[in-house]
Design a protein around this ligand. Structure first.
Ligand code: GRF
Length: 223
């Protein structure tokens, strides 16, 4: 069986990338394989993580394109198509992607955002939640459209905001959930269980919604 070929785009520490690579190694990514990691920033830890895992990794520095977003996106698309990527995962990728990129992978780009969308899109979702005074925060995996964090939601996980939280503590609690949710969504997509009906996304054969489900322990978590 030919698996889903995944390209992961990163910009920073790459802990989400690591959770995907760990899941793949542990056989928890279903029929999905990470075939390429692309970073828009040189020297970030994510690059090292890909190397250690033996995954092909390349830097396409957006600064080299002097503000020409279309050319930057063309370079990304070319590289991803060259290795026949089926699914693009934005894992801490800090650039907005426009029409030309999304048209190359229609309905096949997903992003992880550290807030419960539609609340707190854009940068610093964790800090936004804290400053707003929200009592529940969390993360969202969603399909990417041309807006900022505005595409259809695939899965979410919630965490409490504690009275003595600072941004660092809250971000760490959310990040732990990101590491659970993102590999799981990739597996669901690879298994063909993610069905999109307009804005609503169903996970076939899950039995419960991909919100509540993600908070409860599963056999695979204990493995
Ligand atoms: C994560 O919180 C992600 O949701 C956000 O940036 C952070 C990146 O973390 N967009 P990492 O690079 O995966 O460690």
């Amino acid at each position: 069986m030919i698996g889903l070929r995944v390209g992961v785009l990163v910009s920073g520490s790459g802990s989400n990338l690591q959770s995907i690579l760990d899941a793949e190694r542990a056989g928890r990514l279903g029929p999905a394989t990470v075939v390429l990691v692309l970073s828009n920033r040189p020297g970030v830890l994510a690059i090292e993580r890909a190397r250690v895992a033996g995954v092909e990794v390349e830097v396409i520095d957006h600064r080299a394109f002097a503000g020409d977003r279309a050319s930057f996106e063309r370079a990304l698309v070319e590289r991803l198509l060259a290795v026949r990527v089926d699914l693009v995962v934005l894992a801490g990728f800090m650039r907005l992607l426009g029409k030309s990129f999304l048209e190359a992978f229609p309905g096949r780009v997903v992003n992880i955002h550290p807030a419960l969308l539609p609340a707190f899109p854009g940068v610093d979702g964790q800090g936004q939640a804290l400053r707003y005074g929200a009592k529940i925060a969390g993360c969202t995996v969603h399909f990417v459209d041309e807006g900022t964090d505005s595409g259809p939601v695939i899965a979410q996980a919630a965490v409490p905001v504690l009275d003595d939280d600072d941004e660092k503590a809250l971000a760490a609690r959310i990040l732990a959930q990101e590491h659970r949710v993102l590999p799981r969504v990739i597996r669901w997509i690879a298994e063909g269980r993610v069905v999109r009906e307009g804005r609503r996304v169903r996970i076939v054969g899950l039995g419960v919604s991909a919100g509540s489900h993600l908070r409860s322990p599963e056999p695979e978590d204990e493995a």
